[in-house]
Design a protein around this ligand. Structure first.
Ligand code: GLC
Length: 746
């Protein structure tokens, strides 16, 4: 007995020693390792690295129909998406390693967009914070939770510039502005990938959707895109390029075509621009079955041709479509694709797996103890609350209705007042929709305590027009000092495949507000929504409006803290809010036209670029947001009236907090190039700084402008700055009026 026990102990020790040495054994440098591995691989094994199937987890597109387990057993799979959790991913990895002749690990990808389990505000909402540190922080936390749960790769950041609120996916991006979008994209890539991809708290990022997906005609998802190369390069591509320079490991193609060429088959985009011009060394994955969709696009007659056109364009991995697996070997034999093209794609995928440390230890991200210790860490929940607070945008506050006073009797009403499901928004990964997220009701009670003088009533549904709950809500509201209505959209009314032709509050919510208004009490509207809405009626009839977006796991606490003044809202709109859908597309950095309309004061009003039934101005412009305090701008100065091509101009402005609350202000710098070899926008964001000013405090904020900041694609498509006159505008939104001029001189 003694001997067998000793033998068992020795065996166990030797196993763990072997496992340890396997885990820590230093493998050869990447190029050497990958070259040696590829030299052993068959064509089938190389193609397998270009194949991704979805597991039986979340469905994020048309049903895949593949039996991914069988395909793993056959060694046909390089990556799996939608598999999460240490246990499940370990099972799939073990199945793979057992069947992989050369022991090539699976790569697990998942949509970790604004949090993995701890959920942050939707990306559009987080962007409203204009806080790059916050964006980086939330991505770091999302990566830490995802990596602790067996996920290697996130399909984020989504960097699509969008100017059309009908498109549901505006919720996932950084809004309409290229400069802000660039800064946010860099912050999020750095947050997800950190300094070391092989660390067990970072994940491979994926810049998507390449490219110009946000410009779909009529805001209808997956719809046609057609634009000049100048607009593509000036407005839509910079955030993508910025992520390449920030070291992003992967890209994802977009579903749309641009000018007749679907992105997934676009050699111009994937090879010429991304891999050649920008020098991208990572790999490109398609969006979900996007290769197959080249057929309905009318860009390929069959799957064989679809696969060939994608590979030749520079697409390295087929998400779920199964076309690379089924047809690439035949295409190679037919001479339609080359071995070099397949080798290049395979290599890029293997290099990513190497960088993640998966060859050293395929189970590096499968530690159950670490998973339990990482998920929902208090510091993560604290960060989610902080970022949700920073994302709040105050749109109206007549007669200083807000902040509320704790002694006031407040009737909280609305379909989202006790909601814990929609509050974490769409694309909420493994976020808990059944009770973990804090509703507004929970947040208010946590803040005020059980003796709070408040009532909570739903009143109406989000879409369902039934009125049977309304009277109860009105009765309680009639007894209150102040009414707070928490209204908005369902989370699945934004995100993918969620375009709307009507961007007003859905259902009978506006009718409910009108009934509340009749009670003669101050009415505060709190919005949970994933896109700019048409709030014209609300802006005229509500006493205060707080844009809360879908604020995430701690959203209810953030809304409560903001309503009661524990948090002074400092967010600024990342997208224009139109007066009516009829103005769309509407964005601040528009062109002047030959007949610009300068508003009602314009002496000659008829033959101007305007409407006969609406003003041109939006309801709320890009960069707009109020505060409980006031900020006064003065003393705008330039260090020189002339800017040379090698020099810089320092712009300085004084900002004073003249109100009664400490607060943060996003000081924004806009520049106008008054004329050029091509027309130029009336103004463009070229810098912003978020400053905290205590009440009564004044600070001088400075920006530097160089000729590089003024470059654009000239009449010959050269990316240059042209000499001439420029205007500078500085203020708290894109309508900033404080202005100065300078000359760019050779
Ligand atoms: C979806 C989305 C894309 C997502 C992918 C995987 O269709 O377009 O953003 O990353 O499929 O879920």
């Amino acid at each position: 007995m003694r001997n067998s026990k000793i033998v068992l102990l020795l065996l166990a020790a030797s196993f763990s020693l072997h496992a340890q040495t396997t885990k820590n054994k230093k493998i050869k440098p990447r190029n050497e390792f990958v070259n040696e591995l590829m030299a052993k691989m068959t064509i089938e094994e190389k193609i397998a690295q270009m194949v991704q199937f979805t597991s039986d987890g979340t469905v994020t597109g048309p049903a895949s129909g593949s039996n991914f387990v069988d395909e793993i057993k056959k060694g046909n799979v390089g990556s799996i998406l939608n598999a999460t959790g240490v246990k499940y991913t370990r099972q799939l990895q073990e199945l793979n390693m057992k069947n992989s002749r050369l022991k090539i690990p699976l790569l697990f990808g998942y949509d970790v967009i604004h949090g993995y389990r701890t959920i942050f505000p939707i990306t559009l909402g987080e962007t409203a914070s204009w806080d790059l540190e916050a964006a980086k922080k939330s991505s770091e936390i999302a990566a830490a939770e995802a990596a602790a749960s067996g996920v290697h790769w996130t399909f984020a950041p989504m960097v699509d510039i969008a100017r059309d609120p009908r498109w549901g996916r505006v919720s996932e991006g950084s809004g309409e502005d290229t400069y802000l979008g660039v800064q946010m994209a860099i912050a999020r890539v750095k947050g997800f990938q950190g300094a070391d991809l092989s660390a067990n708290n970072t994940v491979l990022a994926c810049t998507k959707h390449f490219a110009a997906y946000g410009a779909a005609e009529a805001g209808r998802d997956y719809n046609t895109v057609d634009m000049s190369e100048r607009v593509l390069r000036e407005v839509y591509l910079p955030p993508f390029k910025a992520t390449v320079d920030a070291g992003v490991g992967t890209f994802m193609t977009s579903f749309n075509e641009i000018a007749g060429v679907p992105s997934t088959g676009s050699k111009f985009l994937m090879h010429d621009v991304l891999k050649e011009e920008w020098g991208f060394k990572g790999f490109v994955v398609t969006d979900y079955t996007a290769i197959n969709e080249l057929i309905p696009h009318g860009f390929a007659k069959d799957s064989l041709e679809a696969g060939e056109r994608s590979l030749k364009a520079g697409v390295d991995m087929d998400m779920v479509g199964g076309i690379y697996l089924k047809f690439l070997k035949q295409s190679l034999q037919d001479g339609k694709v080359t071995q070099a093209q397949i080798d290049d794609a395979c290599r890029r995928v293997l290099e990513a797996k190497y960088d993640l440390g998966l060859f050293e230890d395929p189970y590096r991200y499968n530690d159950e103890k670490r998973e339990k210790q990482t998920i929902y860490k208090q510091e993560y929940l604290d960060a989610a609350l902080d970022i949700a607070n920073k994302s709040m945008v105050l749109l109206e506050n007549k007669n200083n209705t807000l902040p509320l006073k704790k002694v006031q009797k407040v009737a909280f009403v609305g379909p989202l007042v006790s909601d814990e499901w929609n509050i974490i928004g769409s694309w909420a990964a493994t976020g808990d929709r059944n009770g973990y997220a804090h509703s507004v009701q929970e947040g208010v009670m946590a803040l005020l305590g059980k003796n709070a003088n408040v009532t909570f009533d739903k009143g109406v549904e989000i879409i369902d027009p039934k009125r049977d709950m309304m009277q109860q809500a009105l009765t309680n509201a009639a007894k209150a000092d102040v009414i707070v209505a928490v209204l908005g959209e369902f989370e699945n009314m934004t995100g993918e495949a969620a375009s709307r032709t009507n961007i007003q509050l859905p259902g009978i919510q506006r009718e409910f507000l009108a009934e509340l208004k009749k009670l003669g009490k101050p009415v505060v509207l709190v919005l949970m929504n994933g896109r700019p809405l048409d709030l014209t009626w609300e802006s005229e009839n509500m006493d205060a409006i707080l844009e809360a977006w879908f604020p995430g796991t701690m959203g209810g606490d953030a809304i409560a803290q903001t309503l009661y003044g524990e948090n002074n809202p400092g967010g600024k709109l990342p997208m224009t809010f139109p007066r009516t859908l009829g103005q769309v597309p509407i964005y601040y950095n528009h062109k002047n036209t030959g007949r610009p309309y300068y508003g009602a004061a314009d002496p000659q009003q008829k033959y101007k670029s305007k409407y006969i039934d609406s003003v041109n101005e939006p309801l709320y412009p890009f960069g707009y947001g109020l505060s409980y305090t006031n900020f006064n701008y003065s003393n705008l100065k330039l260090s020189s009236k002339n800017l040379s091509y090698t020099g810089n101009i320092t712009v300085s402005v004084n900002v004073a907090n003249t109100g009664n609350y400490d607060g943060e202000e996003v000081v924004q710098l806009y520049v106008q190039d008054k004329y050029g070899s091509v027309t130029r926008p009336v103004r463009e964001l070229k810098g912003f700084k978020k400053v905290l000013l205590k009440k009564g405090e004044k600070k001088t904020v400075t920006f530097d402008i160089t000729a590089d900041d003024l470059r654009f694609y000239d009449i010959d498509m050269n990316f240059v700055a042209e000499p001439g006159d420029f205007n500078v505008f500085v203020g708290g939104n894109s309508d900033a009026e404080l202005t100065e001029t300078f000359l760019l001189v050779r």
